[in-house]
Design a protein around this ligand. Structure first.
Ligand SMILES: Cc1cc2nc3c(=O)[nH]c(=O)nc-3n(C[C@H](O)[C@H](O)[C@H](O)COP(=O)(O)OP(=O)(O)OC[C@H]3O[C@@H](n4cnc5c(N)ncnc54)[C@H](O)[C@@H]3O)c2cc1C
Length: 273
């Protein structure tokens, strides 16, 4: 059941470096939400902004009316900027849950990697909670430009192993987070590597690189893609992505995704003008 209506903002916490945690009193959304599904949120008054913006749900929490949804977001423009200026008690228009969730591994014993780039960390606290509940032992590989951009690590449930990478070398591995994934997969024997599962979310070039690493190691994975999104429910076609092996085939990230199996996106066509 997709909720569409107004919800109250309970908290809007500054996480530093233009990142925030918004806690929304949204039991109708939270009770049926699955990891990597998203909500369309419109934070402004009247017609500014006209369209909602998509956000993954980072955590499901407890609230005055049962369940809260918690969003980690980075201010990049008008919609996120308006949201950052809101105080507790503000009302937001929310539609969700939308999109296809990350499927969990059938076998909890396989190695599980969560590969996050920047604000791509957003769906992973929620996914981690579900994986731990299913008996999996996920390891978070988290990359960002600089150590100050590695936000939200305290939002993860206890029991998650974490490694970080920074482009400028200010924290953890100096280099791309996909190099950590490559290193971990290379250290596994062939059979274990082929059964390993990676969940990836981040900027498009990082996801294309992670997809290539998974293909090289013949490992499995699911990617949660980002795109400009107008409606969020499959009508406006602003978020299409080309699929491998289908010369003219496109999927809509909002309804067919945002999660796609590793190896299914035609990165060459998606990056062509
Ligand atoms: C399924 C999904 C889940 C998402 N989850 C989150 C989340 O949990 N937290 C979060 O912070 N963001 C998330 N995003 C991205 C977020 O929706 C955009 O950052 C937001 O829409 C920007 O709105 P704005 O009005 O602030 O920026 P705009 O004024 O619309 O744009 C400002 C700048 O950001 C760039 N931009 C805008 N949207 C995107 C995008 N989707 N990808 C790349 N660049 C973009 C534009 O090129 C422009 O330079 C998600 C996107 C999708 C598709």
């Amino acid at each position: 059941m997709i909720f569409s209506g107004t919800v109250a903002l309970l908290e809007n916490r500054d996480l530093g470096h233009d990142n925030f945690l918004a806690v929304l009193d949204a039991p109708e959304v939270g009770q049926s939400m699955e990891p990597a599904q998203f909500v369309m949120v419109r934070a402004g008054e009247g017609t500014d902004p006209l369209l909602g913006r998509p956000y993954s749900v980072a955590r499901i929490g407890e609230g005055p009316n049962g369940v809260t949804i918690q969003l980690i977001y980075k201010v990049v423009g008008r919609g996120t900027g308006i949201m950052a200026g809101l105080r507790a008690g503000a009302e937001l228009s929310v539609v969700g849950p939308l999109g296809q969730p990350f499927p969990l591994p059938e076998d909890p014993q396989v190695p599980v990697f969560l590969v996050a780039g920047g604000i791509g960390i957003a769906p992973f606290p929620f996914l981690s909670a579900r994986l731990l509940a299913a008996g999996c032992h996920p390891r978070l590989l988290y990359g960002a430009r600089s150590s100050g951009d590695l936000v939200g690590r305290d939002l993860f449930p206890p029991g998650i192993e974490m490694e970080v990478a920074t482009d400028d070398g200010s924290g953890g591995h100096a280099g791309f987070v996909t190099e950590l994934l490559d290193r971990h997969l290379a250290a596994l024997d062939t059979r274990t590597r082929q059964r390993a599962m990676a969940y990836v979310c981040g900027p498009t070039p990082m996801m294309a690189a992670a997809d290539a690493v998974l293909a090289r190691h013949e490992s499995r994975g699911h990617l949660s893609l980002e795109a400009f999104m107008g409606c969020g429910f499959g009508v406006c076609l602003s978020c299409v992505v080309p699929l491998v092996g289908q010369e003219t085939g496109y999927a809509r990230i909002c309804v067919d995704g945002p999660t796609f199996p590793a190896g299914s996106i035609d990165w060459h066509r998606s990056q062509s003008p």
